[in-house]
Write a protein that binds this ligand. Sequence first.
Ligand code: SF4
Length: 209
Amino acid sequence: MPQPPTLKISEIFFSAAGEGLRQGEPTVFIRLSGCNLRCSFCDTRYAWKGGKELRPDEIIGQIALIKKKYRVNWVCLTGGEPLLQDLRPLVRLLKKAGYRIHLETNGTRPLSFKPDWLTVSPKPPEYKITGDGRRLAAEVKLVVCRSLKLEEIKRIRQKFPGKIPLLLQPQSNAAWSYKKAWGLYWQAVQAGLKNIRLSCQLQKIYGTK
Ligand code: SF4
């Protein structure tokens, strides 16, 4: 029987989820290599290129080793942009092994499967979001970069159902970044935008991955 194709993997590691509404949950991260965007504020540039070719069963084997050490039920597929690769064979194995799957995407690619939790994090300058992303997002995460303005937040808010939280996440731990996120948060709340949440990246506060 032919083997499913390999995936290009940047890294696999255990940590507490650092971003979004799943913050703090024990999670195995599978970072896929390659991205179709080149955001100036990207903090995972090392995942743009390279990566190790691994078969889905080899990835499951690595997760099983992690699971021997930590009680963990969530796996987060992130990148780079994970939807540039065919995730379906890996997802089948993950589901068979009983994991819950969190997918983190920039929203520019159609979904190839339905995750248990979907984070859509649209990126400038276009903030392109596919129909799948709009329908299935559990949360929308906006990086508060230097160019982000209230008008853009309003435009993105309208693309998703009001019940889906929209998180404003500082770009970095720099003072300007927190200040800007705080300012935009208040403007958005005062403008009456639905379900706006102020957020942060736990991994940058705790100095973890
Ligand atoms: S979409 Fe994400 S991974 Fe890709 S360049 Fe932008 S911040 Fe980096």
